[in-house]
Design a protein around this ligand. Structure first.
Ligand code: SF4
Length: 267
């Protein structure tokens, strides 16, 4: 079994507990205005034109081409993962499958998860939640932690800013939670889009009945997606946004604390 990935990051510390290896799958059905991994969106390897200075629009810099993504076997990915078992054991870490959207390649993901479990490795999946329940049902008992993105509660806004409805995403989260899966909601704070008081209050209220979800992760805005889009000459639909100040972040944390949640900032 082969799949397409665009990176394997060693010694990751923001993608779940402990020291982890994060495998980035290619392919995502969403089209978020602020996408932080634009090179992970297409479910195929792609050749892009990049400029070493990071600005594709700067005509003074000569462009070079770069291939993003590689076709890899389950065995070769496992070989990489197993090299760092000692660090997972010492730190309470493990393996995280991220992307793009790992659920876009369900069979490849299942084989990797099964082998991780055969090797007693802790597993996490970083997902947008936009996948069929049939696929979640096949994998949920192989996953120790879902890092589950929640973006916008208002469906019209969700469609506008991500290209898809949030209905399936919210339904899948509710089902996973009711089946006892450990779910950590991760909320990207996009200035004026997802970080409004109204949206964060609505997320807190949606989570309230899910009694096994007591912690959320807030992801402050950063310019990574903007910089990468410039590098790869892609349109960054969110435009130029300002990073939140410490006080602004504290107000957003308080919204969740007032509903009884533990809050972590960053991954
Ligand atoms: S879900 Fe993630 S990878 Fe997909 S478009 Fe949105 S930010 Fe990008």
């Amino acid at each position: 079994m082969n799949g397409i990935i665009f990176d394997i990051k060693k010694f990751a510390i923001h993608d779940g507990p402990g020291i982890r290896t994060t495998v980035f799958f290619k392919g995502c059905s969403l089209d978020c205005w602020w996408c932080h991994n634009p090179e992970g969106r297409k479910l195929e390897t792609e050749t892009v034109s990049v400029k070493p200075g990071g600005d594709a629009s700067d005509s003074r810099i000569p462009a070079r081409t770069e291939v993003i993504g590689r076709d890899v076997s389950v065995a070769s990915v496992m070989e990489e993962i197993l090299k760092d078992v000692i660090f997972y054991d010492q730190s309470g870490g493990g393996v995280t499958f991220s992307g793009g959207e790992p659920m876009m390649q369900p069979e490849f993901l299942i084989e990797l998860l099964q082998l991780c479990k055969e090797n007693s490795l802790n597993t996490a999946v970083d997902t947008s939640g936009y996948a069929s329940w049939d696929d979640f049902e096949k994998i949920y008992n192989l996953i120790d932690l879902f890092l589950y993105d929640l973006k916008l509660m208002d469906d019209e806004s969700h469609i506008k800013y991500t290209g898809v409805s949030n209905e399936l995403i919210l339904e899948n989260l509710a089902r996973l939670s009711s089946m006892g899966s450990k779910v950590e909601p991760r909320i990207p704070l996009i200035p004026g889009i997802t970080d409004t008081e109204e949206n964060l209050e609505a997320i807190a209220e949606f989570l309230t009945p899910r009694k096994n979800i007591r912690q959320v992760v807030l992801l402050p805005y950063n310019r990574l997606g903007e910089d990468k889009s410039r590098k790869f000459d892609l349109t960054y639909k969110a435009g130029q946004l300002s990073v939140q100040s410490g006080d602004e972040l504290e107000n957003k944390v308080e919204i969740f604390r007032s509903h009884g949640y533990g809050v972590r900032i960053g991954g």
